[in-house]
Design a protein around this ligand. Structure first.
Ligand code: Y12
Ligand code: CO
Length: 171
């Protein structure tokens, strides 16, 4: 089922998500719905809070070297914790909750993460480059943060002005 994606400035996006404790059929349905929703809106990453569910869940499905978004490359990441981070990388980020706006954000280039999969199994993994960026972007959502909060004061002011205009024109 395709779910509604909440967009800025909806207050729900500021909520802090909670850990998943039960790894049951309803969690699997939510993960399947998140995947369907992300694909429908042509995203590469989605956090549960973006579909209104305040649980520590995110999915990421990057495009591979053949330009395809293969489901076998899908990461379902539950209750993630960053254990270590290092390096720096700048990338022009976008977000399905801020559609149409993209800007440069600096993040760690390499992270070590512990998380659980849909069966509740603990997994320890290292991510680099775009995958590290995506994990950090989605984990910010779980803390109620959006990438636009990382913009400089002047860029943020410009964004707010443009966004208000866009919202007014879409009424
Ligand atoms: C690198 C940087 C950011 C991430 C987080 C995941 N971000 C996305 O998946 C963003 C997707 C996106 C797609 C859009 O297209 C449609 O909605 C059809 C979009 O909207 C427009 O461009 C109008 C905005 C964002 C991972 C890795
Ligand atoms: Co986002």
């Amino acid at each position: 089922m395709i779910r509604k994606i909440f967009t800025y400035p909806d207050k729900i996006l500021r909520e802090v998500s909670k850990d998943v404790e039960v790894f049951d059929e309803s969690l699997h349905r939510l993960l399947d719905d998140m995947y369907e929703t992300m694909m429908e809106y042509q995203g590469i990453g989605l956090a549960a809070i973006q579909v209104g569910v305040t649980q520590n869940i995110l999915i990421i499905n990057l495009v591979n070297e053949n330009g395809e978004q293969d489901k076998s490359d899908l990461y379902e990441i539950i209750n993630p914790v960053i254990l270590e981070k290092d390096g720096a990388i700048v990338y022009q980020e976008g977000c399905l909750s801020v559609p149409g706006y993209y800007d440069d954000v600096q993040r760690a280039e390499h992270i070590k993460v512990t998380y659980q999969n849909r069966e509740g199994k603990t997994i320890n993994r290292e991510f680099r480059g775009l995958m590290a960026i995506a994990v950090q972007h989605e984990m910010d959502h779980l803390q109620g943060h959006l990438f636009i909060e990382k913009l400089s004061y002047l860029k943020r002011k410009k964004f707010e002005k443009e966004w208000k205009k866009k919202l007014k024109n879409s009424k």
